[in-house]
Design a protein around this ligand. Structure first.
Ligand SMILES: Cc1cc2nc3c(=O)[nH]c(=O)nc-3n(C[C@H](O)[C@H](O)[C@H](O)COP(=O)(O)OP(=O)(O)OC[C@H]3O[C@@H](n4cnc5c(N)ncnc54)[C@H](O)[C@@H]3O)c2cc1C
Ligand SMILES: O=C([O-])CC(=O)C(=O)O
Length: 322
């Protein structure tokens, strides 16, 4: 979508092995709380988050909000050990960020301190359907196809944009990209209205429009996509310990996703070359645990790189004419 917006004369085709509801993005809780990429400057991460927040805030404030699955949610991040940094870098992007009061902390007797704020949440499958609808309306072609090698696409397309998530591990042989397995539960408990996140990042309760996401796990280099029943029980127990009313939750569904984890998102132009033939590629993958929180910001940056590739192609074709 960002490419269509910045380069309206482009013709865009999407090739994907799987579409929604069978992607990692469908499993995500979709909360806008950034994770930190150690190898990316904080001001860049903040800019990605801000752009994403602003974009989704406008949708949440429009007639499209419920179809797009985007809504505001207020709640608490609580800590057993108070973090050293007083304010996270994203504290002035979310709404109404403040330390929790003593009275609020009484709800969490095992925790020492906490932060209260309002942020956005995407219900991911409806949001992905909403995006697909907009792509189709913009004339984008979508085909189900696994790409084994980017060179397969040479000759058919001028620029390849690689958004393969964890699939890039095999597609471009990126050994710096590793899965961090996450198991979550989607439950029915409509009385829970506030989000709760343990600051250790392991346990969270995120109310969506229809269901609540209960998490989670972070299992490095575990490629297993099938749910583990012992883990389901553990997640449920941990969440009930934070929010005891969840003992009454019903209709528990279990989902597993592989976070495409990397020290930094790979947002980069690359010119592949084989026997003097060139293939222009823009990479945009490796969003780890925080892909929803920065998706619009990183997509805009990737679209900018596509614009640079177009300028390079136009430059080389006018040189060829001379
Ligand atoms: C349990 C869990 C909870 C999460 N919660 C949050 C959250 O609350 N907030 C947040 O910001 N982030 C969250 N995330 C992280 C977020 O889900 C990811 O960062 C994001 O979904 C990555 O998106 P992506 O488009 O890069 O990858 P994907 O959604 O995996 O999409 C990649 C696409 O590429 C296709 N593909 C791959 N390889 C090939 C190939 N060779 N040929 C053709 N197609 C290919 C796939 O089929 C897929 O359609 C969570 C993740 C998990 C697992
Ligand atoms: O950590 C969170 O709050 C949710 C999330 O992004 C994940 O599980 O990857």
């Amino acid at each position: 979508l960002c490419i269509m917006e910045t380069c309206p004369n482009c013709s865009v085709t999407i090739l994907s092995e799987q579409f929604s509801p069978n992607t990692t993005s469908d499993v995500a809780a979709g909360m806008l709380i950034p994770h930190t990429y150690p190898d990316t400057p904080i001001h860049v991460q903040k800019q990605w988050f801000k752009e994403t927040f602003t974009y989704l805030f406008a949708i949440s404030n429009s007639a499209e909000a419920s179809e797009a699955g985007i809504h505001l949610v207020s709640g608490w991040q609580v800590f057993k050990n108070t973090p050293k940094e007083e304010l996270p870098f994203w504290s002035d992007v979310v709404l109404g960020f403040r330390p929790m009061s003593k009275a609020e902390l009484q709800k969490f007797p095992q925790h020492q301190s906490g932060q209260a704020f309002t942020t956005l949440k995407c219900d991911c499958p409806p949001y992905l359907s909403w995006l697909e609808k907009r792509l189709k309306a913009a004339g984008v072609q979508m085909y189900t196809r696994k790409v084994a090698d980017l060179w397969e696409l040479h000759g058919k397309y001028d620029i390849i944009v690689n958004c393969a998530g964890i699939g890039a591990h095999q597609l471009v042989g990126d050994k710096k990209l590793l899965p961090v397995r996450g198991q979550v539960l989607k439950v029915h408990a409509p009385w829970v209205k506030n989000f709760i996140r343990d600051g250790d990042g392991l346990t969270y309760i995120y109310p969506g429009i229809h269901r609540i996401t209960l998490g989670g796990t972070r299992e490095k280099e575990n490629w297993t996509l099938s749910p583990d029943p012992g883990t389901t029980k553990d997640i449920f127990d941990r969440c009930c310990s934070l929010e005891p009313s969840l003992w009454g939750a019903q209709d528990i569904q279990v989902k597993v996703g592989l976070r495409p984890s990397r020290q930094c998102v790979r947002l980069q132009r690359e010119v592949l070359s084989q026997g003097g033939v060139k293939l222009l590629v823009v990479h945009n993958y490796g969003h780890g645990a925080g892909g929803f929180s920065v998706h619009r910001g990183t997509a805009k940056e990737a679209a900018g790189l596509v614009g640079e590739c177009i300028a390079a192609l136009q430059g080389s074709s006018s040189k060829a004419k001379l």
